[in-house]
Design a protein around this ligand. Sequence first.
Ligand code: NAD
Ligand code: UDP
Length: 310
Amino acid sequence: MSKRILVTGGAGFLGSHLCEALLLQNHDVICLDNFFTGNKSNVAHLTSHSKFEIIRHDIIEPILIEVDQIYNLACPASPIHYQYNPIKTVKTSVMGTLNMLGLAKRVKARFFQASTSEVYGDPQQHPQTESYWGNVNPIGERSCYDEGKRVAETLCFDYHRQEQVDIRVGRIFNTYGPRMAAHDGRVVSNFVVQALAGEDITLYGDGSQTRSFCYVDDLIKAFIAMMNTENITGPINLGNPNEFTILELAQKVIAKTGSKSKIVKKILPSDDPKVRRPDISLAQKTLNWNPQIALEEGLDKTIAYFKSLK
Ligand code: NAD
Ligand code: UDP
């Protein structure tokens, strides 16, 4: 049945793919965004769709709209963006999520929160399961994002216990693909953009730190599966468990682009997690979901996208 669905942060990287997937399922989609890191061009191809609307709004302010489901994605996600105005980042996660949960309560909408693997901080358990409480620095440069997202999870569970809001908390691990912002500093977009331009590849630290990269299409399937699975709350880890060192990623990007770029070592940012890999057993069992797209294939699609921008 067709539903009215609000996607906050809908003009961002993940949000734009989600809006597109929901329209394909014939839902009415309201994309809400303040365009801090998102861009109208990400959803320009959807604006002629009769079931698509865009609202310019900041979730720090309340809003009342009648919807059946809310996907709360609004929040800058890359370190340079969330550290640009850390107080605003906390406000977005805390006051913004509070407002969106308040809306969910009033209109009885189901609520999906885009949480993050950053709630695990620099993890002492590897791979990370949902039962791990994390190792987060509360006063560091990443804290505005990590702690903000942790409070957002707390708010979800308190609205669930106290107000019976039907919540879904997905903990997203590093995701990449077309429509990542070219200069937002995340590793896949940085390396691809640098390789295509023949510039130095900036490897932070010695590149031995690991990440597990999920292709965007796989992740969006998990969002929708989680939202539409009955009697669950999460948190559920959503990501691809195939783990690579950042040096391996740099080498793959150079090989795939045929670039002459050199790998240049730069200082490792503070509190940069040394390892990260999701245990996705819960998602596999509860959502019957498995990521399908390997890094090789996903990188090809991502490189093709960044080439098309030139
Ligand atoms: P993004 O920066 O491309 O998208 C975020 C969107 O939210 C942007 O369109 C931005 O303009 C909007 N926004 C920011 N603050 C807002 C506010 N106060 N009010 C309204 N809109 C606001 O990032 P993304 O990668 O698409 O991330 C989407 C969500 O997923 C974020 O909540 C992020 O924390 C989470 N997440 C992403 C990843 C990833 O690897 N991409 C990993 C973990 C979690
Ligand atoms: N990184 C890097 N070079 C870059 C950008 C990032 O070596 O140009 C490293 C970064 O230090 C981190 C990893 O790549 O260890 C992933 O960084 P990103 O910001 O994409 O995600 P996060 O650290 O939030 O997982």
